[in-house]
Design a protein around this ligand. Structure first.
Ligand SMILES: [Zn+2]
Length: 275
């Protein structure tokens, strides 16, 4: 009797040990699974796959390359008392083959700002695109500080003004519209309709003999401007050499275009090929 009880107790103890072992193994397994799941989730967050679907590239930089976060923002450059964003890019291509959409003339009005009188010498056309304003005013102010009387002559022009100019040019060349278009762009194909460019001091070849021109050749790229129509590129741009007409493209773009010797048509194509 005593032996049977002892045997049963032993059997119970053995069973308890067995189930206890099973429970411990199961607990260990659950702990391992929780650990693995947690590691996977953390790893995903490191890859920038955030729950709200925000840019993963930014998160990746933030988690692994802290120093680059600083340099991945805008590159600010100081020009005298002006601070400009060197990364800002404005590559809208407008020419005879790439006219502006019909709605542009009315849409752009909301983006135009008045150029202060100290920067210009023409009261008939006085506005420029707001994105270009900080760059053009810094450029003219610094030129004036250098003793160079640079002034904005003709910045933004409406379709109506451009149409009037074009018609006058057509009359001047005896009704030949194609010939007129090499000198005055048809409305909707002129950069002046964008507010992203300006003629300086006077719209004539005389500009090329001035100190203002010399200063522009040396400094305009530092403010994001390029001479848009050179004699060498006439076959590509379709426009005669205009020493007075400068287009804003952004500081980095301007420097790169000059270094590579590319006009805007070529530069846009060059960037397309790279991407
Ligand atoms: Zn012009």
């Amino acid at each position: 009797m005593q032996d049977r009880r002892t045997a049963r107790r032993k059997a119970i103890i053995r069973r308890r040990i067995f189930f206890g072992g099973c429970f411990l193994s199961l607990a260990l397994l659950v702990a391992v699974i929780v650990f693995i799941v947690n590691a996977v989730v953390t790893n995903n967050n490191d890859d920038g796959v955030s729950s709200n679907g925000e840019n993963s590239a930014t998160s990746e930089v933030t988690s692994s390359k802290t120093e680059e976060v600083v340099s991945s923002g805008p590159t600010m450059v100081t020009m005298g008392e002006y601070t400009l964003d060197a990364d800002f890019s404005m590559l809208l291509l407008v020419n005879a083959q790439n006219p502006l959409p019909d709605t542009y003339d009315s849409d752009v009005r909301a983006d135009l700002v008045e150029i202060d009188k100290i920067y210009r010498n023409n009261d008939n056309v006085t506005q420029i695109h707001k994105d270009v304003y900080p760059y053009i005013t810094a450029m003219v102010a610094n030129a004036q500080k250098d003793g160079v009387d640079l002034k904005v002559w003709s910045p933004f022009r409406s379709y109506a003004i451009q149409k009037d100019l074009f018609n006058k040019q057509v009359a001047r060349v005896g009704g030949d519209e194609a010939k007129a278009a090499t000198v005055v762009a048809r409305p909707g194909t002129s950069e002046h309709n964008t507010g992203l460019c300006a003629d300086f001091n006077m719209a004539s070849d005389t500009f090329e003999t001035t100190k203002m021109y010399e200063w522009m050749v040396e400094n305009a790229e530092d403010y994001g401007f390029v001479m848009r129509y050179s004699a060498e590129k006439q076959a590509i741009t379709g426009v005669i050499h205009e020493s007075w007409h400068w287009r804003f493209v952004g500081i980095k773009n301007a420097k790169q275009m000059n270094a590579l010797g590319l006009c805007l048509e070529e530069y846009v194509e060059h960037l397309d090929k790279q991407n």
